[in-house]
Design a protein around this ligand. Structure first.
Ligand code: HEC
Length: 162
């Protein structure tokens, strides 16, 4: 065996070494397959649905797009502390009017909370269900989205009252 070949084999043999050394981005999904987050039947599918339907505005790391889309990283689960937080997260236009089915949308929401803000998930978190999403998304927020957002940010203690 040549030196180059054995070095390559040492770096990329075995699934764990491959994940660690060759594909850091995949590590999250490989780990998730072992223990799926609450309300997520298939985190690989949730991640793909997020990629195709949401990340154009929200960005792969949830940091958002300056001037248009707020960051969800480290904050999105805090909305669950507000009385109308679940309603807001489901009626926000990008969610309610998405092309995803109710099932897929519930899964993406559960995945997204875990992926971008697991530290703020309430201990007694009840995952979104298709039925809950189906009901809320019948009434998508329109112009009132940003006002509701500002009020919930204050209620959930994310922002100070104006
Ligand atoms: C066209 C851009 C766009 C797309 C696509 C989009 N969003 Fe959003 N999202 C926004 C904006 C802008 C907000 C802030 C609220 C508002 O003004 O609509 C937001 C807010 C949210 C929020 C509430 C968090 C907060 O801080 O306000 C969640 C949850 C969310 N989006 C999830 C999703 C999911 C899940 C998808 C894909 C199914 C998605 N979004 C697709 C632009 C987008």
């Amino acid at each position: 065996m040549t030196g180059l070949k054995s070095a390559r084999r040492a770096r990329c043999s075995g699934a764990a070494a491959f994940v660690l050394a060759c594909s850091a981005a995949h590590a999250v999904h490989v780990q998730a397959a072992a223990a799926e987050p609450l309300g997520v039947a298939n985190s690989q599918r949730a991640w793909q649905n997020w990629t195709l339907n949401c990340q154009g505005c929200h960005r792969p790391d949830g940091s958002g797009s300056a001037g248009t889309t707020p960051s969800v990283a480290g904050s999105v689960a805090k909305f669950l502390q507000a009385a109308k937080g679940r309603e807001y997260l489901t009626r926000v236009p990008g969610v309610a009017t998405s092309a995803l089915s109710d099932d897929e949308l519930a899964e993406v929401l559960n995945w997204m909370l875990w992926r971008f803000d697991s530290q703020d998930m309430p201990a007694d978190f009840t995952p979104f269900t298709a039925a809950e999403v189906a009901d809320f998304r019948k009434r998508p927020l329109r112009l009132e989205a940003s006002r509701m957002r500002s009020e919930l940010l204050v209620e959930a203690g994310i922002a100070a009252a104006p």
